[in-house]
Design a protein around this ligand. Structure first.
Ligand code: F6P
Length: 576
């Protein structure tokens, strides 16, 4: 294993006094008052200079308050942080996830088979990575084909009509987002459902509309210990046994399959390991849709389309791994984000897909970005000295325009926006696509240009508005502009384009993590609440007098537990 200076355990936080950081700070101070409008007016070639194309995607980052000098300083920063060497360390399977002692190899899940050369074949801890990935893909291909072709049937001989994916976090958000995004490619007989929340209303709503005889449950959990997933899986199992007429325990095999790294856990639940689709600890939950966690996707769109999805991501991997930083789309997207976050001071990033089928993309990115880079400790254990991941949020356009875009245009914070659009639609309805794209492009232009007081005044005067009204309304109707955005375009939202889009953001997150000096692949921050919930669950389920059993909490938590327990206990005795 490499012990070069870029080995993870030697990496400290990005420091505000490093030469490249100081140079960027100085540059920001010198350029911050130049309006974006002026940058466009002064350079007719700005669009050509600040756009990049790769793997079927087109990125326009010209509407950011930056110049070629900014970019060159950012590339210096990336090189100073050893982005290229760290990138290679990830691809070749070094254990860059140092706090969990794991390699990070989601890119191997989409490497074509057989690998192009012996050198490309990955061996990690003695495991033939590519061969193992390929074997599981074959298993997925055979199984999904048999369900789709009606060979695989329910216990009383009926074909499967409904698939229920039970999982949470990466075992839910990825498959759910991708199935929605690729809705037009979905098998006509199959309806996809996703259950994630421990709140019983979630699974109850799904169970109330499906037939046990024609339903397949996919229990998706890397660990097979996650409280939410296990509780939902047990409820589904119980529901099946009570609702499916004449069904016995042996019939469960027709209706429950598992996706996991934990064979023992799957067996203990009662699923035959024959019906288990494995993956490996070097696949992080939020990077797992390419693994067997994508089983629901492959069931929905078929294995051929699933392969196209993997190929799209691989095309972005190849670009990311080989393109110089100056032409490297994920690196550029990451560096623009670092500029916005660490120098321009933006605390959040809004994601605006102008495509209804990408409705779940913002929530997917919330986990990808915030669980990866929402960290305050550097790889070497020291405190991080600069701001890390911004808050990620958003919704589809044009809906967002009629909700929170007011704040984006005229609020007190400057929030960068990533616009994402497909040029051609899957539907044939006249007029809609042009209207959608017109709104997308208009919003980014409006954020950039704003509307000056002089322009607003002239407009109101042309309309013949009295001077006193003009004076009163002027400040309200003025737009400051200078609000940054990126626009990502694809031809159509195909499996390959979606694969490339997700991989683009995965690698953006990686580059930002390297620059900030953090481990983008662990998630210790989710542990504390999980453990405390198990204790409180025990307390809510006991009959002991409130004060003695819950006395160890603060008065607020204690009071809340007591109020809830009174209701839960009453419901229990009513049911008895
Ligand atoms: O697939 P599992 O093991 O059930 O975990 C689900 C999710 O829980 C987390 O571990 C923490 O919330 C995520 O990283 C993961 O995607």
């Amino acid at each position: 294993m490499s012990t070069t200076p870029y080995s993870a355990q030697h990496i400290s936080s990005l420091k505000a006094d490093t030469p490249s950081f100081l140079a960027l700070q100085e540059h920001y101070a010198a350029t911050k008052n130049i309006p974006l409008r002026a940058l466009f007016d002064g350079d007719p070639d700005r669009f050509a200079s600040f756009t990049v194309e790769a793997a079927g995607l087109f990125l326009d980052y010209a509407k950011n308050t930056l110049t070629s000098e900014t970019m060159s300083l950012l590339f210096n920063l990336a090189r100073e942080r050893h982005v290229e060497a760290r990138r290679e360390a990830m691809f070749v399977g070094e254990k860059i996830n140092t706090t969990e002692h794991r390699a990070v190899l989601h890119t191997a899940l989409r490497t074509p088979w057989p690998p192009s050369s012996a050198a490309a074949a990955l061996v990690v801890d003695g495991q033939q990575v590519n061969a193992d990935v390929h074997a599981v893909l074959e298993q997925i291909a055979t199984f999904t084909e048999s369900v789709r072709s009606e060979k695989w049937r329910g216990y009383n001989g009926k074909p499967i009509t409904d698939i229920v994916n039970i999982g949470i976090g990466g075992s839910d958000l990825g498959p759910k987002m991708v199935c929605q995004a690729l809705r037009p490619f979905q098998h006509a007989r199959l309806t996809m459902h996703f259950v994630s929340n421990v709140d019983g209303h979630d699974i109850d709503a799904v169970l109330s509309k499906i037939d046990p005889a024609t339903t397949l449950f996919v229990i998706a959990s890397k660990t097979f210990t996650t409280m939410e997933t296990m509780m939902n899986a047990h409820s589904a199992r119980q529901w099946f046994l009570t609702q499916a007429e004449t069904a016995t325990e042996t019939d469960l095999a027709h209706h429950f399959v598992a996706v996991s790294t934990n064979t023992e856990g799957v067996k203990a639940f009662g699923i035959d390991p024959q019906n288990m689709f494995p993956f490996w600890d070097w696949v992080g939950g939020r990077y797992s849709v390419w693994s067997s966690i994508g089983l629901s996707v492959a069931l929905a769109i078929g294995f051929e389309r699933f392969s196209e999805f993997l190929a799209g991501a691989h095309a972005m991997d190849s670009h990311f791994r080989s393109a110089p930083l100056e032409q490297n789309m994920p690196a550029i997207l990451a560096l623009v984000g670092v500029w916005q976050r660490n120098f321009c001071g933006s605390a959040s990033l809004s994601i605006a897909p102008y495509h209804q089928d990408l409705g779940n993309f913002p929530s997917y990115l919330q986990q990808l970005e915030m669980e990866s880079n929402g960290k305050r400790t550097a790889l070497d254990g020291s405190p991080v000295e600069v701001n890390t991941c911004p808050v990620i949020w958003g919704n589809v356009g044009t809906n967002g325009q009629h909700a929170y875009f007011q704040l984006l245009h005229q609020g007190t914070d400057i929030t960068p926006v990533d616009f994402i659009a497909a040029l051609a639609p899957e539907h044939r309805l006249p007029g809609h696509q042009a209207a959608l794209l017109a709104n997308c492009f208009a919003q980014s232009e409006a954020f950039m240009r704003g509307k000056s007081a002089d322009e607003v005044r002239a407009e109101m005067q042309t309309k013949g508005m009295p001077e006193d009204q003009i004076t009163a309304l002027l400040p309200h109707r003025t737009f400051p502009g200078n609000r940054p955005s990126n626009t990502i375009l694809m031809q159509k939202l195909t499996p390959a384009a979606l694969g490339a889009l997700i991989a683009l953001y995965e690698h953006k997150v990686f580059v930002q993590g390297v620059i900030w000096g953090i481990n983008s692949f662990d998630q210790w921050g989710v542990e504390l609440g999980k453990v405390m919930a198990t204790h409180i669950l025990d307390e809510l389920n006991t009959n002991a007098t409130c004060d003695s059993s819950v006395g160890k909490h603060d008065s607020s938590t204690n009071g809340l537990i007591n109020r809830a327990r009174a209701v839960l206990m009453a419901a229990k005795s009513d049911a008895a």
